[in-house]
Design a protein around this ligand. Structure first.
Ligand code: PGI
Length: 447
């Protein structure tokens, strides 16, 4: 097979998120989040799982950092639990929460691992949800206040900030499709929220710039690649609407200063309007230092009249699938990254999430997750192709370091390169951990 090689200066990392790994849900003054509420609402999460304990990383982060150090990563993406800092979302600060993240970040730095901090990875303080959540513009200002405090508190320690993880998930998956917290199914609500999330991102960037602190700031949208089933214009248009929901809707406002007209027109046909206040787009459109890209899968899409939101349907043409039933579509990774370069120029890109769900268990102290190794090889090959094509890739962070709480799927779906036994909390390095370790050490792998 072929040797796939990477630039010597590429950053190699791994990613997690607070609610998915920390546990200690009521420890040291943490307030409730919408995921505490949602996961305890019967029927919302598979097997009634919740994040009360998760990987217990709140207490076990030194062990996790040892595993990161042995892995050889030089950057680690984690998220801060907003309700650990502001138990009611605003107002009084929980000093124990701040101290926890100081201890954690200090331990990362002491081990030569750079912290990349996501400020919002879905765990909105329940107290803010009780006042309308992201539909309420006051939540935007609360996020700016929370972000500003974090920037100043961690000045000199954290130099890579991500404002919002996956605004598409926070808005549409959670308020239109409805499978994530808070679980509404209202297109107008979801679209309004998508604007407030981008505004929250923009206001946090403004706070960061005004603070004069050193560091870089960006956001982390998720995208999937849609390929038209045929070259019929109706299939191409249907495909572009589907992808426009992930790409143009969340990239154009930030990089071009306006929402894509073809999407605005489509939403208007659906009776959805966007109320943009004076000054909103100026906040959203201001320059950022990088964009985090979360890529997992893609689909073949064709036109289907009056079907779902975009008059389109995914066509299963037999792609291999992960244990989450997601298509394995590495070419889509290359095509999506190329599209971003063509449409938005040379913005520095960190792959802030890429990985696969495979539920292989521990047998005699070993986890033989060859399918995850194959997935990573295929997608890193696509990444190498994008780099060779001039896409400005700065780093790759695999999702995830640990098996963890996979939202509506609970602990049933495993994305980690480290296995976690959720009864004993024992960590076991999977075969993919050793493969990734060797790839990081070499800077290349043999396809
Ligand atoms: O599902 C795997 C990971 C989650 O564990 C991360 O928290 C989240 O950032 C993330 N985003 C995506 C792609 C969007 C998506 C998430 C969940 C369900 C369907 C699509 C996959 N993942």
């Amino acid at each position: 097979m072929a040797i796939i090689e990477f630039p010597k200066d590429i950053r190699w990392g791994a990613a997690t998120a607070a609610y998915q790994i920390e546990g200690a849900a009521t420890k040291d003054g943490r307030g409730l989040s919408i995921w505490d509420t949602f996961s305890k609402t019967p029927g919302k999460v598979l097997n009634g799982d919740n994040g009360d304990i998760a990987c217990d990383s709140y207490h076990r982060y030194e062990e996790d950092i040892e595993l990161m150090k042995e892995l050889g990563i030089d950057i680690y993406r984690f998220s801060v639990s907003w309700p650990r800092i502001f138990p009611t979302g605003t107002g009084e600060v929980n000093q124990s929460g701040l101290q926890y993240y100081h201890d954690f970040v200090d331990a990362l730095l002491a081990n030569g691992i750079e912290p990349m901090c996501t400020l919002y990875h879905w765990d909105l303080p329940q107290a803010l949800q009780d006042k309308g959540g992201w539909e309420n513009r006051e939540t935007v200002d609360a996020f700016a206040e929370y972000s500003d405090l974090m920037f100043k508190e961690f000045d000199g320690k954290i130099k890579k900030w991500i404002t919002i993880n996956e605004p598409w998930c926070v808005s549409f998956l959670s308020n239109f499709i409805g499978i994530h917290a808070p679980g509404y199914q209202n297109l107008q609500l979801a679209t309004t929220i998508s604007h407030h999330l981008l505004l929250a991102h923009g206001k946090a960037v403004t706070k960061f710039r005004e603070s004069g602190l050193t560091g870089e700031i960006g956001y982390a949208p998720n995208l999937e690649w849609n390929e038209p089933y045929s070259n019929k214009q109706e299939d191409i248009d249907a495909c572009n609407r589907g992808m426009g929901w992930f790409i143009e809707w969340f990239f154009d406002p930030v990089f071009k200063g306006s929402y894509p007209q073809f999407m605005l027109d489509w939403f208007e046909k659906k009776g959805v309007t966007l109320s943009i206040q004076d000054g909103d787009m100026a906040f959203i459109h201001q320059p950022i230092d990088f964009v985090g890209i979360n890529y997992y899968t893609g689909s073949v899409v064709r036109y289907k009249e009056n079907h779902e939101l975009f008059d389109n349907e995914k066509v299963d043409i037999g792609y291999e699938k992960t244990d989450f039933d997601w298509n394995i579509y590495p070419e889509g990774f290359y095509k999506a990254l190329s599209k971003l370069k063509d449409q938005y120029g040379q913005i520095p890109i960190y792959i802030t999430e890429n990985g696969a769900c495979y539920n292989d268990g521990v047998e005699n102290g070993r986890v033989k997750d060859q399918r995850r190794i194959d997935y990573l090889k295929q997608h890193l090959t696509s990444l190498s192709r994008a780099i060779d094509s001039g896409v400005n890739i700065k780093g790759y962070l695999t999702w995830s370091l640990l098996d963890n709480f996979e939202w509506a799927e609970g602990y049933d779906k495993r994305f980690g390169i480290i296995h976690v036994d959720f009864n004993t909390l024992e960590r076991t390095k999977k075969d993919s951990y050793y493969w990734y370790k060797q790839t990081i050490k070499n800077g290349w792998f043999d396809m």
